[in-house]
Design a protein around this ligand. Structure first.
Ligand code: BDR
Ligand code: CA
Length: 311
């Protein structure tokens, strides 16, 4: 099988951690490297958490540091959801053989794009700061990659503010820049990611499997659940696994091309992704494939098998 080359840029983060495990385990994908961005947690935590994931998976993916703060806004993390350490306060060891690399995230992902012209899927599961810097420093990159697949935004309501989704609110200027960079853009916003959830019974079964990866998947999400269950959610949303799954299994998803713009000046609407999906007036461009539906059962079944396969 010709595996699809992918790069992940993550603010590792509990559901980012599950997305990394999925990218590692899906046989269709060839994970080339992981870069880290501040968002759910500070850069230092995101960076070392990604090394910790390497240790959990028995893998050696190269890890690269990226931005310490958003392009223009001050950094605001989400410790109340992802814990002080970003992994729901679950402790995982840093591998003794962790390699610290000097190359910054934006240069490492560009080098990977150059090595796989027209093929690389760039998957971003945090604020788009690193990707915006890469696209600005290397202007040929948006057309050099196959596509950028982003967990971020929402055609409907927000989750961090009433209007905006967390990743877009964290760095709205970067999100707006990447959306209009000319890259093929797949938007995995809350419209679809809120459908991609584990029930508590499914998480219990993973934890009872006797695998470390299964145990970790439940353990790291318990803190978030204390907050999210108050909002009547049916389960634990695996937001960040959606773009990863889409690359390997697009047949599980439905979406439509749309014009999408991110609000960068609003007071109540800062970071809101405004789409023309449901309006009479259309933007004069269609710059994103907006995913709107996922087959939840198949999604969870594949994700579960992948987590269990790690052991
Ligand atoms: C996004 O925000 C973060 O909390 C998650 O990791 C995900 O990337 C969901 O809005
Ligand atoms: Ca994330």
């Amino acid at each position: 099988m010709n595996r699809i080359p992918i790069w992940m840029d993550c603010d590792t983060g509990t559901d980012d951690a599950v997305a990394i495990m999925l990218a590692h385990a899906l046989p269709e994908l060839d994970l080339k490297g992981i870069s880290t961005v501040c968002g759910n947690t500070i850069q230092d935590n995101a960076y070392w958490n990604t090394h910790r994931l390497n240790s959990l998976m028995g893998a050696h993916y190269p890890v690269y540091r990226g931005a310490e703060h958003p392009l223009l806004k001050p950094l605001k993390t989400a410790a109340h959801v992802h814990g002080e350490n970003g992994l729901g306060d679950v402790e995982l060891p840093i591998p003794e053989d962790a390699v610290v690399r000097d190359e910054p995230a934006w240069d490492a992902m560009y080098a990977c794009a150059l090595a796989h012209p027209g093929q690389l899927r760039l998957i971003a599961t945090g604020p788009l700061t690193n990707v915006a810097i890469a696209f600005t420093k290397h202007p040929d990159m948006p057309k050099l990659i196959h596509s950028v697949l982003v967990m971020g935004g929402s055609a409907g309501a927000g989750n961090d503010t009433p209007a905006a989704e967390f990743n877009f609110f964290a760095d709205p200027h970067a999100a707006e820049m990447v959306l209009h960079s000319g890259a093929n853009y797949v938007m995995c916003g809350l419209d679809v990611t809120l459908q991609a959830y584990f029930t508590m019974e499914q998480l219990d079964a993973l934890a009872a499997s006797g695998t470390r990866a299964g145990w970790f998947t439940k353990a790291c999400n318990m803190r978030a659940w204390k907050i999210l269950s108050r909002f009547g959610m049916k389960g634990f949303c695996m937001h960040d696994s959606c773009p990863v799954m889409y690359v390997a299994h697009p047949e599980l998803f439905e979406g439509r091309m749309a014009g999408v713009v991110v609000e960068t000046r609003g007071t109540v609407t800062l970071g809101k992704s405004v789409t023309d999906l449901y309006s009479d007036k259309q933007f004069p461009f269609k710059n994103a494939l907006v995913l709107l539906k996922v087959d939840r059962e198949k999604f969870i079944s594949i994700l579960t098998d992948c987590i269990l396969s790690i052991g």
